[in-house]
Design a protein around this ligand. Structure first.
Ligand SMILES: NC(=O)c1ccc[n+]([C@@H]2O[C@H](COP(=O)([O-])OP(=O)(O)OC[C@H]3O[C@@H](n4cnc5c(N)ncnc54)[C@H](OP(=O)(O)O)[C@@H]3O)[C@@H](O)[C@H]2O)c1
Length: 160
């Protein structure tokens, strides 16, 4: 499984259910990187999707403890169920939020991390991969500046 996330300088990723700083370059990178893939997402994060609709051109899998259908999404009730479903896809990408990242990170071998060099207040954080001996930053795929904010899209791989 793969994972994609945008982190601030303190590895914060969100506040009050949304991303306090969101760059259009990162949204474009997200669209390109997840196109055609299965995306795995927590129920809280879909509240922040445009119109709460599934992302077009992707197989949308949502994790929730509630029973019942969510139109446009395949519902999973555990990370294990999501991981099993991921095996049926050519590519499966974990797209957040905080709790889903934490639970599925151990099953991921590739992480696309956009470093957004800003430090807005966050209430949700991603584990600092630069301090995790199991991960290495392999390549900077893109970098730039938008509205005075520098960013880099970094490719991390699990070692071994
Ligand atoms: N910077 C980024 O790249 C990025 C990307 C995505 C999201 N975010 C941010 O992350 C924040 C949201 O993260 P979050 O941690 O609050 O919520 P979340 O991970 O998006 O969703 C949490 C929900 O997922 C379901 N869930 C979690 N673990 C489960 C399990 N083991 N079994 C079944 N269902 C499970 C539960 O849904 P139910 O309550 O329905 O049971 C839970 O309430 C927002 O601020 C968002 O903007 C940032």
């Amino acid at each position: 499984m793969e994972l994609i996330v945008a982190v601030y300088d303190d590895w914060g990723i969100g506040k009050d259910g949304t991303q306090p700083v969101a760059l259009s370059a990162d949204r474009k990178f997200f669209r390109q990187t997840t196109k055609g893939a299965m995306v795995i997402v927590g129920r809280r994060t879909i509240e922040d999707f445009p119109g709460r609709q599934p992302l077009p051109g992707r197989v949308n899998v949502v994790l929730t403890r509630s029973s019942g259908e969510i139109p446009g999404f395949t519902v999973c009730s555990s990370p294990e169920e999501a991981a099993k479903l991921a095996q049926t896809a050519e590519r499966a990408v974990v797209i957040g939020g905080g709790s889903v990242y934490r639970q599925l990170l151990p099953l991921c071998s590739t992480a696309y991390v956009t470093k957004v060099h800003a430090r807005p207040a966050s209430d949700t954080f991603f584990p600092n991969l630069d301090q995790d001996p199991e991960w290495t930053m392999e390549q900077v795929l893109q970098s730039g500046e938008e509205d005075g904010i520098c960013y880099e899209m970094c490719l991390y791989r699990r070692k071994g």
